[in-house]
Design a protein around this ligand. Sequence first.
Ligand code: SAM
Length: 343
Amino acid sequence: MIFRSCVYNVGKEISFMDIESLNLETLRRLRETFLGGEGRRNYWQSEEDLFAYEQTFAQRIGWKWTYVLGELERLGWTPPAGDVLDFGCGSGIASRVFLRRFGAAATGKLVLSDRSTLAMQFASRLASEEFPGLNISCTVEPPSAPAVLLISHVLTELSPQSLERLVELASAAAATVWVEPGSHEASRALIAVRERLREKRRLAAPCTHQNPCGLLVPECQRHWCHFFADTPAEISGDGNWARFARAAGIDLRALPVSYLVLDSRPAPVLPAGATRVLGRARLYKGYAMLLGCDETGVHDRRMPQKFHPEAYKLLRREQMPPLQAWTCEGEKIVSLEPIQVNR
Ligand SMILES: C[S@@+](CC[C@H](N)C(=O)[O-])C[C@H]1O[C@@H](n2cnc3c(N)ncnc32)[C@H](O)[C@@H]1O
């Protein structure tokens, strides 16, 4: 497989991917790096690596960002004005999806930061092509108090010292949006960060409360805080993506994501019984079991189909909004309604 050209398809939610133009060996190597815990060294060897990453892994990460930013919209969340820092930017997908959603106009400057100069240059080029006129700078040493800090798929690559510095940065940023894979390991690591920051910053999402994380109790050790982003429908029938999935050992149907959003501004008032549904619902004949997280902790709840036929239908189609106001009697969900905050 030969690397032919860098034809970037920027400015679109779904990027055209031509597998013929990508080096499958590169994709396999990157995948092994990410899975094998090899991420502590600089693995970007050439622009070809970043190109292959941008067309594949990064697109999937972009869909996770689309999901997370959609959840923030439900909460009426908008970013504070000022500089946006994309830490560990890689090809810069996180900040580009963020700017697509919220517009570049309110952004003072986009600061791209990575230990790899190659990555920063690559991300800078894509961002400037997509957002002409945007003030963009690149730096290995991130500024200390950005308005918005974006962190994406970095946690498992950090040394304890680098993590320490990043947590400090998050405690100084006016708002932080932190997106990681939806694995048990990444989610648990993010929960540890949450616990360190929850008294310094408001937990805007996915948490519906500021109490200690309910997943930390011994009975919940097997669970983790994760959700499923949508893969665009076009992808499932696309031969290029199918070949990529085979080469990289990826299941295209599942896009699990963990995230944490911190904010220094006051919280919107959520209705009583505000609950975030974690993971996937389990559907049985006549009822569904849902793992709900609210201010009292994380509980398995039973939703009888008879009383909630519409919600059951949505669950079957995997379309039920995960942020709900529930009333429960014991483990039974008596009433439920999606939460939408209008500001
Ligand atoms: C898996 S990539 C994710 C890239 C991008 N954030 C995304 O979501 O697509 C991790 C990135 O973090 C960078 N990185 C890892 N450790 C870092 C550190 N200590 N300081 C700065 N960047 C780091 C790597 O060079 C790489 O670009």
